[in-house]
Every structure is written in structure tokens, then in C-alpha cells.
Design a protein around this ligand. Sequence first.
Ligand code: AMP
Ligand code: ZN
Length: 136
Amino acid sequence: MKDNNCIFCKIANGDIPSRTIYENEKFRVILDNGPATDGHALVLPKEHFANLFEIPQDWAAEAMETAKTVAEMLRDKLGADGLNVVQNNGEAAGQTVNHFHMHIIPRYKGDGQTILWKPGHPSDAELDEVCRRILD
Ligand code: AMP
Ligand code: ZN
């Protein structure tokens, strides 16, 4: 299903032009128009799923396969030294467009980007407590 009010539905289905770098039956991969680095791409399903919680398992699996294909393409064509895959879900996690997408971000030595987090320093007891909450 498509959502008529969703810009990524329109882009993924070709109703709005985009810089498409790869396409298959279920996904379109476009260049992000506010890129972190050269070649920053977005994997967009052609159906509307708001986020990782809503996308079905089989689509999620194919999204990762598509991401791998594009990652290899960007490495080979652009000479990336590394690559980040980023996937935001919900406002708290920085998602700004509520149509599932994966960021494929080629990295170049000295590119000055920081796609990292600030590490915490929990005690063993605190880590054990989080583990218990998840497993309970
Ligand atoms: P997120 O914050 O994970 O929801 O990422 C949304 C991404 O979509 C951002 O990196 C934007 O730069 C990108 N974006 C938004 N609109 C467009 C568009 N029309 N074409 C290409 N990229 C877009
Ligand atoms: Zn959509």
C-alpha cells in the first residue's frame, strides 16, 4: 500500500523524480539530498511502512540484501574506505520522514563526519539489570 501524503512513497514509485542509483522490484535507492558524504544513499521500499516495527520480516530481509548490493556498488565506484548503515525509527531516534528507509553512507578517510555515539560507563550490576529486563 502507498500513502498519498508520503513523499518517499511518491519518490519510490517514480511519481517524483529522484537521483536513482539502483532499483529492483520492491526498492528504489536514491541519493540523499542532504548527504553526510558523497554517495550517501537511501534504500526506499515501494510500499509504505512507517518504520522497522511496521515493515514485514521478508521486506526487512530484502532491504538488507538491497543495502548490501548498493554498499558494494558505492565502495567500488566511489572508492569508499568504509561505510555506515544507519536506520532511524521514531522521533526519539532522529527519524524525520516516516517511511522506512536505510541510510547507506560511504566513508572516506578524513571525511570529518561523526556517525557515532557517546559511550556510557555502566557498572556490571547495571548491565546485568538491563539484560534481566530484556530477558524477563
Ligand atoms: P531520517 O532523519 O532518518 O528520517 O532521514 C531522512 C533523510 O531523508 C535525510 O537525510 C534527508 O536529507 C533525506 N531527504 C528528505 N527529503 C528528501 C528528498 N526529497 N530527496 C532525497 N533525500 C531526502
Ligand atoms: Zn510512504
